[in-house]
Design a protein around this ligand. Structure first.
Ligand SMILES: Cc1ncc(COP(=O)(O)O)c(C=O)c1O
Ligand SMILES: Nc1ccccc1C(=O)C[C@H](N)C(=O)O
Length: 415
């Protein structure tokens, strides 16, 4: 079991947590979200909370843009850049600064799974090779999509290795490397820059899954030299259930990146109705069919929450929340069969903390019943996500108190 150094200025008592909250530069952001009062929501890494202003935007799109302006909304307001046709591009432009991208390097639409397929196919084509390498414990959809692409192509091998040893498996026959920057179970964060550089040394094209990164901390795709990336709109970006996902392609690849799902909305001039596909300039070519206007509008509005957020402060708060949680949990790891599986080193940590527990499924069910909402992940993981925009250190204290009560309850039942 992992042990932490003794607490210096922190205890479970309210005031020190309140003091941390008092100097939180993001404390005011909480008021921008709608959350039930009696809940500590530690699941924003699965479904982000509702930004308060999003329902009004949805109502406006439904009743005015759809209800009143009907088909005209596709191009209406094009001068003022409010048309539905350009909505994916406008959302891409809002998202780009959060992931260290240029607007023309980002396409918004479809699901993360579908975008993984598009990015992986393009990466493999760019490499001219026939092997996809991934983390053996990657999120299932990443592995399934790679397997499906391999089945389609017939002569492609999907190879897996443990994420922590991935650089030992970078060989000159590997074409595409598909990795998730922050592991969905352990919360371990990979060094995207170092791994990308190591992959490039072998001529490997990288595809980074940013599902648990985008909106949790500043991602620097450009600085890391990443080739492709994909990620979810409904987790830390708070775009709502089923929100459109994103796909990043580095500007240097735009000329040669091929779109396997070449649909008319990624055509250079969709309404030319040409017989032959010609890709739109920039990442827009990865938009396939008709944009999902309702969900894109929700994501568009949700991203405004980030408008005044200093991304350095976001990371600092995230680490402060996860540090606080780990410290307050430490006594419980001595009394109960809890094993911290999230790295203590800040550079190796995303914005979640996970523990192994032999009865994790039941513990999480009980915890959720008490209003502390996290996740159980197979086989024995208790997972807690920390969204710096709407959680306080006092919430962390309440969560730990709830966890303690549930664990004691279970111990009492066994005795
Ligand atoms: C790492 C990772 N990739 C992808 C996904 C999901 O993809 P999709 O939105 O297509 O279901 C998730 C979560 O669902 C995830 O954690
Ligand atoms: N999209 C979902 C739909 C339903 C239930 C969960 C999800 C998740 O996002 C799970 C998440 N990716 C995870 O890391 O476990």
């Amino acid at each position: 079991m992992t042990r932490l150094p003794p607490l210096s200025d922190l205890s479970l008592s309210g005031p020190s947590l309140a003091a941390l909250d008092a100097r939180d530069p993001l404390a005011h952001k909480r008021a921008e979200f709608d959350l039930p009062a009696d809940v500590v929501y530690l699941d924003g890494n699965s479904l982000g909370a509702l930004p308060r202003h999003v329902p009004a935007r949805l109502a406006q799109v439904a009743t005015q843009e759809w209800g009143q302006h009907l088909i005209g909304s596709w191009t209406r307001g094009a001068q003022a850049a409010q048309d539905w046709m350009a909505l994916p591009d406008r959302v891409a432009a809002k998202l780009a600064p959060l992931i260290g991208a240029q607007p023309q390097e980002v396409a918004v639409g479809d699901s993360t799974s579908v975008n993984t397929f598009k990015a992986l196919a393009a990466a493999l084509r760019l490499s001219g090779r026939r092997v996809i390498l991934s983390d053996a414990d990657n999120f299932p959809t990443d592995l399934y999509v790679a397997q499906g692409l391999a089945r389609l192509l017939g002569d492609v091998e999907v190879r897996t290795a443990p994420a922590h040893a991935i650089t030992d498996h970078l060989t000159d026959d590997v074409g595409a490397l598909l990795l998730t920057e922050v592991d969905y179970r352990t919360g371990r964060r990979l060094d995207m820059r170092a791994v990308t550089a190591a992959a490039h040394a072998h001529g490997i094209v990288t595809v980074w899954d940013l599902a648990h990164s985008a909106g949790a901390f500043a991602v620097d795709l450009g600085g890391a030299g990443a080739d492709f990336a994909i990620g979810c709109g409904y987790k830390f970006l708070n775009g709502g259930p089923g929100a459109p996902a994103f796909l990043y392609v580095a500007g240097r690849h735009l000329d040669r990146a091929e779109v396997v799902l070449s649909g008319w909305m990624g055509h250079a001039d969709p309404f030319e109705m040409a017989r032959q596909y010609a890709p739109a300039p920039g990442a827009r070519r990865f938009v396939v069919g008709t944009p999902q206007v309702l969900s894109l509008s929700a994501l568009d509005a949700a991203l405004d929450v980030f408008g005044d957020v200093d991304l350095a402060a976001l990371r600092e708060k995230s680490l402060s929340l996860t540090d606080t949680f780990i410290r307050l949990m430490e006594p419980l790891t001595r009394q109960h069969p809890l094993e911290l599986v999230t790295p203590l080193a800040h550079a190796e940590r995303g914005s979640q903390v996970s523990y192994r527990h032999p009865d994790a499924r039941r513990v999480m069910a009980r915890l959720t019943g008490r209003g502390v909402i996290g996740d159980f992940r197979t086989p024995d993981i208790l997972r807690f996500g920390f969204t710096p925009l709407y959680l306080s250190h006092e919430d962390v204290g309440r969560a730990v108190a709830g966890i303690e009560a549930v664990l004691n309850e279970q111990t009492g039942e066994r005795a």
